[in-house]
Design a protein around this ligand. Structure first.
Ligand code: PLP
Length: 399
């Protein structure tokens, strides 16, 4: 070792964060040749017309920095879509910004709108970026669990958590990981709760087009009172089967958006140009997002029907592409495993990778539930179901 080459020691800004369970389970799935129903992404491609639109944009020379907030055509298409679906008109000039996916949108919103020593309420289980985003802002995440068993919002608990330091509440519907979708009554209860406060609502709606059985997604944009205090966040990655593109958007009242853009311009500045042109052109046809619910509902039904004989208890799946299962009914040697151990066993011994629900809780609580992703080709789902039926059958007491 030379005297001059020395990497200084650093104190972690995020000491609690290690390798995520998603990375661990995906690596284990590859190592074991397991069907990966762990991480939430499709194993099929997006629409060839969208791919062609990207190639067209590249060939047309759309390869330099676009405007900081996104190209006007895409912001216009987003505003038109949100208005058509949810009834609220956001001004594309001042109230819509294109982001590098929803994850960037969330951390940017938090950094822009939350101050050190503020508190932000999150409802557990929740997407794993929420807590670190709040911590990096120097704020405190106040974790309020959803109701045990049903995973519905517990408004009494939320009300109790609101205090003088509370700046915002982060809500996600349709919900990852549990597949619940907020009802109109629940949305109204939130509006009633927030009315006397100055809280902001950060609304993660990335699964907005995956709602089943005739229910409707209740965007904050469909509720004028909530829209006035909300940052609406969505992602094209989920809607168009292109999670690797990392492109999404934020819509919010102009004063909130002005602050959002101040941070956005220094942590991203602009989002890649050809994808923006492609999406702006592709969005002219509403069919792909209007038909997404039916597309995934069919997969959900196929997957749930296949799981019926496995001994796993299925939790309701009202939206998203996640199906949670309760394994407490399996033979005691399996049912007694903690969620992480169960998912590892499932990956190694059954050949199907899943994610423990505990990974989405700040307190890591164990409820004998695992999350499976059904955004997969029918053949992939069939292979996973075959393995689950054969191997879990040995642990259901039926064999
Ligand atoms: C609830 C939720 N929010 C945000 C994201 C991130 O979306 P993006 O890939 O656009 O960053 C995900 C992705 O899994 C998610 O499940």
């Amino acid at each position: 070792m030379t005297a001059t080459a020395r990497t200084p020691a650093v104190t972690s800004r995020l000491p609690q964060v290690g390798t995520t369970i998603f990375t661990v389970m995906s690596a284990l799935a590859t190592q074991c040749g397991a069907v990966n129903l762990g991480q939430g992404f499709p194993d099929f491609d997006g629409d060839p017309r969208l791919m062609q639109a990207v190639k067209d944009a590249l060939d047309a020379g759309h390869n330099q920095y676009p405007p900081m907030a996104g190209i006007p055509a895409l912001r216009g298409a987003i505003a038109a879509k949100v208005e058509a679906l949810y009834g609220h008109r956001y001004d594309p000039a001042t109230e819509v910004t294109v982001t590098a996916g929803a994850t960037q949108a969330i951390i940017t919103a938090v950094l822009a709108l939350v101050h050190p020593s503020d508190e932000v309420i999150v409802l557990d289980p929740c997407y794993d970026s929420y807590d670190p985003s709040i911590v990096l802002a120097g704020a405190t995440a106040v974790h309020v669990p959803l109701t045990t068993g049903t995973f519905r919002p517990d408004f009494a608990a939320i009300a109790t958590a609101i205090g003088p330091k509370t700046r915002a509440i982060l809500v996600n519907t349709p919900h990852n990981p549990t597949g619940t979708v907020w009802t109109a009554a629940e949305q109204q209860q939130l509006a009633d709760l927030l009315r006397p406060t100055d809280l902001l609502l950060l609304s993660d709606e990335v699964y907005e087009h995956m709602v089943y059985d005739g229910a409707a997604h209740l965007s904050v944009a469909s509720h004028p009172e909530l829209a006035a205090r909300s940052v609406l966040i969505s992602s094209f990655g989920k809607t168009y089967h292109v999670t690797g593109w990392k492109i999404g958007f934020v819509a919010a009242p102009a004063p909130l958006m002005a602050e959002f853009r101040k941070v956005h311009q220094f942590n991203v500045f602009t989002v890649n140009t050809p994808m923006q042109h492609a999406l702006a052109a592709y969005m002219a046809d509403p069919a792909p997002y209007l038909e997404l619910g039916a597309f995934y509902q069919r997969k959900r039904d196929l997957f749930r029907a296949g799981l019926a004989g496995t001994g796993l208890r299925l939790l309701p799946c009202e939206g998203t592409y996640f199906q949670s299962v309760d394994y407490s009914g399996l033979a005691p040697e399996i049912a007694s495993l903690g969620e992480a151990a169960f998912c590892e066993w499932l990956t190694r011994e059954v050949g199907v990778a899943a994610i423990p629900l505990s990974a989405f809780y700040a307190d890591g609580r164990d409820q004998q539930i695992a999350r499976l992703c059904f955004a997969k080709r029918d053949e992939t789902l069939a292979l996973a179901l075959d393995r689950l039926r054969v191997r879990l059958g040995e642990y259901t007491g039926k064999h």
